[in-house]
Design a protein around this ligand. Structure first.
Ligand SMILES: Nc1ncnc2c1ncn2[C@@H]1O[C@H](COP(=O)(O)OP(=O)(O)OP(=O)(O)O)[C@@H](O)[C@H]1O
Ligand SMILES: [Mg+2]
Length: 589
């Protein structure tokens, strides 16, 4: 159900290229009109100075001035086109790139990176002088032709100069592209390390890791800088040589021109005009060498965006279905993380009636959280299918599906905003009464009222720091917001005290009574009190799936044995008065 086509990107880029074609069209006139200055010079030297005619001078000046004014206007138009194209490119693709980035982050094989910065980089290039040096580059040959018309020998000198500059530009590309790519890769890694360190400052501080972490980051950063300066050194050398060549050619034209004038092969005006023309013709090549870095970076950014669209699974949003009742059926589901062949989940099957609660338990790394992500349709199973009311959850329209589903992840993340916005899943138009209702179902209404600004308390990075338990309860309210039919809670009790756990049990009971199917992953035994069924996962396989009452009975029967052979116990314990362990069952259901 994935569409890996990058159609959207291709269409947008095609339109951009067309718009840039428009800018190139205006470049044609800009470049032709730029001939006004050398032509004016030629006429002034050869006609006005020799004849002393003031009317001719005024007349020529008016024509040249008019040409320059028109050129300036057209230059403005092409700059505006480029600017608008760049902005349009970024705004049109910002949401798709953001979503594709998120989708790729969900796709567990690749490391998520912030692709929105790449958009900015491409836009930056499209609105920079670098673009115009590219648009002007095709004008090198026509300018050379004009120099040839002035005098063939001048043309030959100019062509030699142009060839040298173009060779330098190619050399620049060959010598700097690889180190620049390498440097940007290393720089990304350094930025990622810095980010991850900034997110976990306490552990770094408490265990005295500050110097070591800082040193590791600094060494990668230094490495990036070193590679970059290698590229910059080469570029600086080539830039200097190209400047020398361009000015040298201009000088040579004047020198050769003077000799031709002395031999009366050419007029003085043509000599001056040739020199100006030459400077103008070679300017874009020299500029391109100077601005090569931005060009290459923009190109790489564009390539990354293209890859993002090619790789990120675009979820099919076609399948819109009626609201489900909440029947879950997991059919021979398996999951592997390529390239590893190890099955994290192996042929897992079970079914739940609507309105029942299932407790999923098992040792660490048994695959519980992985199963949760398959249940909510975030990951695609490697084999088998998870169905909600008979429909594949992975194929469901995501926005619509989200309205029927509540999920509390193991690592809780609240977003920058108020408690109200977080519970309402960032929907700014949400009815406050629905938010309160969700908080009441999650049994955290009173707790929220005691926060500094109640429901309007800012949380997330810039707001009030909620305790682990408070965060968990707000996240639970978010999971039950909008009366979902399927609720998946991944260790909702890991940070809760006794009162919090009792609230949680009440909340689960509450959801069940509203007809929701609730799946709770838990290490503690407390939730078994409200669960109808129990699923024990071990090494990705179902070791037991049965009614909670039966599981209870078995555990009670095994209680005495437990002290005798603790090695057989599944480590799902916490010192709770309720039956806290599930004995390894030999006869899996
Ligand atoms: N994104 C991922 N890429 C590769 N392997 C993964 C990924 N996520 C989980 N795994 C692997 O899948 C296995 C099951 O992980 P899972 O998070 O489902 O365990 P769990 O049962 O939830 O454990 P815990 O009780 O510690 O939360 C582990 O071996 C883990 O290494
Ligand atoms: Mg887990």
């Amino acid at each position: 159900m994935t569409r890996t086509k990058d159609d959207q990107f291709r269409q947008v880029w095609k339109k951009c290229r067309r718009a840039l074609g428009g800018a190139a069209f205006f470049s044609l006139f800009v470049n032709v009109l730029q001939l006004a200055v050398p032509l004016y010079m030629m006429q002034v030297f050869d006609r006005v100075l020799s004849s002393g005619s003031m009317p001719t001078l005024v007349y020529l000046s008016l024509i040249a001035g008019g040409a320059l004014l028109t050129m300036a206007l057209l230059d403005m138009v092409r700059t505006r086109i480029a600017h608008r194209t760049g902005n349009w490119f970024e705004t049109t693709l910002s949401t798709p790139v953001f979503t594709a980035g998120l989708n790729r982050a969900l796709d567990r094989r690749v490391q998520a990176t912030d692709a929105t910065r790449d958009l900015g980089m491409v836009r930056g290039f499209l609105t920079s002088p670098g673009l115009f040096s590219l648009l002007d580059a095709p004008w090198v040959p026509p300018y050379l032709l004009v120099v040839f018309l002035l005098h063939p020998i001048l043309g030959v000198v100019a062509t030699i100069g142009a060839v040298i500059l173009i060779v330098l530009a190619v050399l620049n590309e060959v010598l700097t592209r690889a180190p620049m790519r390498e440097a940007s890769g290393v720089q990304r890694e350094a930025a990622q390390r810095a980010n991850s360190a900034m997110r976990h400052p306490e552990a770094i501080d408490a265990m005295g890791m500050m110097p070591a972490v800082a040193a590791r980051w600094a060494s990668i950063n230094a490495q990036a800088l070193e590679i970059q300066s290698r590229a910059a050194d080469r570029s600086a050398l080539i830039s200097a040589v190209s400047k020398f060549v361009r000015m040298g050619v201009q000088l040579a034209i004047l020198g050769v021109g003077a000799a031709l004038v002395v031999h009366q092969e050419m007029t003085a005006g043509a000599m001056i005009a040739g020199s100006i023309l030459m400077g103008r013709a070679l300017a874009p090549v020299e500029q391109a060498i100077g601005g090569w870095k931005t060009l290459v970076m923009a190109q790489q950014a564009l390539a990354r965006i293209r890859t993002l669209f090619e790789e990120a699974p675009v979820r099919n949003s076609g399948m819109s279905l009626p609201a489900p009742r909440g029947e879950i059926s997991v059919e021979h589901v398996s999951l592997a993380f390529p390239p590893s062949k190890r099955l994290v989940l192996n042929d897992v099957s079970f079914a739940l009636e609507a309105g029942t609660a299932l407790a999923v338990t098992g040792p660490s790394a048994a695959g519980k959280s992985a199963l949760a992500r398959l249940l909510i349709g975030t990951w695609k199973p490697s084999g088998g299918v998870v169905r909600l009311d008979g429909a594949d959850v992975y194929a469901w329209d995501r926005t619509q599906f989200g309205r029927h589903v509540g999920y509390l992840p193991q690592d809780i993340e609240l977003y920058g905003g108020t408690v109200r916005e977080n519970i309402a899943r960032m929907d700014l138009m949400a009815d406050p009464m629905d938010v309160v209702k969700a908080a009441k179902i999650a049994d955290c209404h009173d707790m929220i009222l005691r926060l500094p600004d109640g429901y309007d308390t800012q949380v997330g990075d810039a707001g009030v720091v909620l305790s682990g338990g408070q965060r968990q309860r707000v996240a639970l309210a978010r999971a039950v917001y909008g009366d979902p039919r399927l609720v998946v809670l991944d260790e909702p009790d890991s940070n809760l005290d006794r009162a919090g756990e009792e609230s949680l049990l009440r909340a689960i009971q509450n959801m069940k009574e509203r007809g929701a199917t609730v799946i709770i992953i838990a290490h503690r035994g407390g939730v078994l009190k409200v669960a109808d069924q129990v699923l024990l996962l071990r090494d990705g396989q179902v070791e037991m799936f049965e009614y909670a009452a039966r599981a209870f009975g078995r555990m009670a029967a095994n209680a005495a044995e437990r002290t005798a052979s603790p090695a057989n116990d599944v480590p799902v314990t916490a010192g709770r008065p309720a039956p806290a362990t599930i004995r390894r069952s030999s006869g899996a259901a």
